[in-house]
Design a protein around this ligand. Structure first.
Ligand SMILES: [Zn+2]
Length: 310
């Protein structure tokens, strides 16, 4: 074999080699393509992430620490939704903007999941005259029967979009639902033993579902959205109620200034405890990998203290 032929042969090997290398590189990402999922709120983000695990690329539209009720998507968020395989939102009472975004979406392959489909909703409590009449309480994830239905709605979309991993998603969704049932049992068992049956909340009306489910009374300073300031009259009524019932703790909400709870606590010499409705996480909590279950377990710890349960 002369020198020239060796060169030609070697070049050919290199060429063929790079052809296969290229083909392989092209094939690999498509073979391992993850389901692209956009979610609007932390509870559905947590559900979708645990169901999809390494087979889905799940992102949360809400930036860290942002108040969920006043959130509206930016044009870049709408682009993200358009490029996704699955878009999951809580429901029209939590994200009133979602229906318009879906109507305007150019991506006809996008599967849209209204997580509230099939859930049992309760009327909202509104302190603000601007709230649309007939609106329902959007905090459906704080009733664990509803949370299980939300998991089912999400897994069905995953299975439709990625049938090859159908069984995998089914298993993960079942695991999540089992954990919800265990949490529900723990809430039932614990909250049945409380001396105090009233939750006083220096925030918006987020725990109506939870209170109803476990036979508690829920008194909140604001309506279902934290946008409106409580009226002086609302605060006076709450303070009177606390004094009359000799309530010892007032709860404050996550990610906003606890000034309403501080005012009530100052007027009534009560102590303050956090009750986190899990709308969103702070940057620190995201870095720590806090889960929906972590938040709900801590809430139960604080309810146990504040309501004097066993
Ligand atoms: Zn809320």
């Amino acid at each position: 074999m002369n020198f020239k032929r060796v060169i030609v042969l070697c070049s050919l090997i290199v060429l063929v080699g790079s052809f296969f290398a290229c083909t392989k590189r092209v094939q690999e990402p498509s073979g391992m393509k993850k389901l692209k999922v956009i979610t609007t709120l932390f509870p559905i983000y947590d559900m979708a992430k645990k169901i999809g695990e390494d087979k889905a690329d799940v992102s949360l539209l809400l930036p860290p620490g942002v108040e969920a009720h006043s959130f509206e998507p930016k044009p870049s968020d709408i682009v993200k939704i358009n490029e996704a395989d699955v878009f999951v939102y809580t429901g029209k009472f939590m994200e009133p903007w979602a229906e318009d975004v879906i109507k305007g979406a150019g991506n006809k392959n996008l599967i849209v999941v209204d997580a509230s489909r099939g859930t049992t909703m309760i009327p909202g409590v509104f302190h603000d005259a601007d709230e649309p009449a007939g609106s329902l309480d959007p905090h459906i994830w704080l009733d664990f029967d509803n949370a299980r239905i939300m998991v089912k709605n999400i897994v069905q979309a995953f299975q439709l979009k990625d049938a090859a991993n159908r069984d995998f998603y089914e298993q993960k969704a079942n695991d999540y639902s089992t954990k919800l049932t265990e949490l529900d049992d723990l809430y039932k068992k614990t909250l049945a033993t409380c001396r105090e049956k009233k939750i006083v909340y220096g925030g918006h009306y987020a725990f109506g579902y939870l209170a109803k489910r476990y036979g508690l009374k829920y008194l909140a300073a604001q309506g279902v959205s934290p946008d409106a300031e409580p009226t002086a009259n609302d605060l006076i009524k709450l303070v009177e109620q606390i004094k009359k019932d000799k309530i010892k703790y007032v709860y404050y909400e996550e990610l906003t200034s606890p000034k309403i709870a501080e005012t009530i606590a100052g007027e009534t010499q009560t102590k303050m405890l956090l009750l986190n409705a899990a709308h969103n996480l702070s940057r620190d909590q995201i870095d720590q990998g806090i889960s929906f279950f972590d938040i709900l377990h801590r809430d139960l710890d604080n309810l146990r203290v504040g309501l004097e349960c066993k």
